[in-house]
Design a protein around this ligand. Structure first.
Ligand code: TPP
Ligand code: MG
Length: 341
């Protein structure tokens, strides 16, 4: 067993990971950090490809959101479905999406799941139970609720997990879907990703309640607000919500508190975000703090974790090389699968 090393007094890297799940095995913890690393490294690769003019359209960084996207999707049962949003690349990896499919889609290449017509992951992959991203702003919540109702009408059961931002939580569709899902007691898990900003608007100009999960009382469903940087806390909270849903107790709103560490998309220099706020959240970086926790608890040695990361970086590099010179779709593709032939 590796020797426990003395923690330096200025090392704050583990202090934010105090919550530990009692239901996760070490093998599952390894799986969680691996998916978080895929998410982080994919994100960094997209930022680079955007600067090189190769990933165009919106590149919405999810750096800082890995504990939410991975911890939540990891809690899903084998029949449950995922409706991810623009900062949930981690969930795609958890559901078994391949790097090749993601790279083809995000680089808008011919042969991708969106036939090259989209570069921000608005695809559905029924075989992997991924349905999304319909819109950034609330339109996905009623569809996810409807998906669970359709299964019920067919005499089947599946829960749906979907996501909305702090800004998107202020739309009419949020209210209509939550109200309907609560009345029907649908197995809907709504994760609110409160990353402090909706584009350049901070929380205090978006809503006046203390916590966005307080709204659950008004709908008659469950609501909780948690730290969104600890994947084990996110996992356990989602598992508990999924269990309630399966018992017929209806939807849950889980507000996860994180920080958007970059601009809304890569074109935005986010100069409106105070530097000291970013510095505070940098200390809570979910990938760094969870890595530190897994080292401190001897789930991984430093060398093992470094090699996991290195292999992921190499895999991502290879997937870029395999896809980058593929053609874009023919212009006619843009006219297919629209409302009128
Ligand atoms: C009807 C409509 N208005 C505006 C936009 C542009 N838009 C997309 S996401 C977004 C802000 C979303 O903020 P939030 O819900 O907090 O999610 P975040 O991007 O912070 O994760 C805006 C203004 C849009 N897509 N649709
Ligand atoms: Mg936001």
């Amino acid at each position: 067993m590796a020797k426990r090393t003395e923690k330096k007094s200025e090392d704050t890297s583990t202090q934010f990971q105090e919550y530990t799940s009692i239901s996760l095995s070490d093998a599952q913890r390894k799986d969680i950090i691996k998916n978080m690393l895929y998410a982080r490294e994919f994100d960094l690769a997209m930022q680079r490809l955007n600067r090189q003019g190769k990933a165009f359209g919106g590149v919405y960084s999810q750096t800082g959101n890995e504990a939410v996207s991975v911890g939540s999707a990891y809690a899903l049962g084998p029949k449950d479905v995922l409706f991810p949003m623009h900062r949930n690349i981690g969930g795609h990896f958890v559901m078994g999406q391949t790097l090749e499919n993601l790279m083809l889609t995000f680089l808008a290449k011919e042969g991708s799941l969106m036939r090259g017509t989209d570069g921000t992951g608005h695809y559905a992959d029924v075989s992997r139970r991924i349905y999304g991203n319909i819109s950034h702003l609330g339109a996905m919540i009623p569809v996810a609720a409807g998906f669970t109702l359709a299964s019920r009408l067919k005499g089947e059961y599946c829960a749906a997990m979907t996501y909305i931002g702090d800004g998107g939580s202020q739309t009419g569709e949020f209210h209509e879907a939550l109200n309907f899902a609560s009345v029907q007691k649908l197995p809907l898990i709504l994760i609110i990703e409160n990353n402090q900003y909706a584009y350049s608007s901070p929380n205090h100009v978006e809503f006046a309640c203390n916590n966005l999960s307080d709204r659950a009382l008004g709908y008659g469903c469950y609501g909780i607000t948690i730290d969104g940087t600890n994947p084990e806390l996110v996992f356990d909270t989602c598992k508990a919500a999924l269990e309630k849903a399966e018992q017929g107790l209806g939807p849950s709103i889980i507000e996860t508190i994180t920080m958007r560490m970059r601009g809304h998309a890569e074109h935005d220099d986010f100069s409106y975000v105070p530097k000291e706020v970013l510095a505070y959240w940098q200390l809570k970086d979910p990938v760094a703090t969870y890595s530190a926790k897994l080292l401190a608890t001897h789930v991984y040695t430093e060398q093992e974790l470094q090699s996991v990361r290195k292999n992921i970086i190499e895999e991502i590099r290879a997937s870029i090389d395999a896809v980058i010179d593929k053609p874009f779709p023919a212009a006619e593709e843009a006219f297919k699968n629209v409302f009128i032939d």
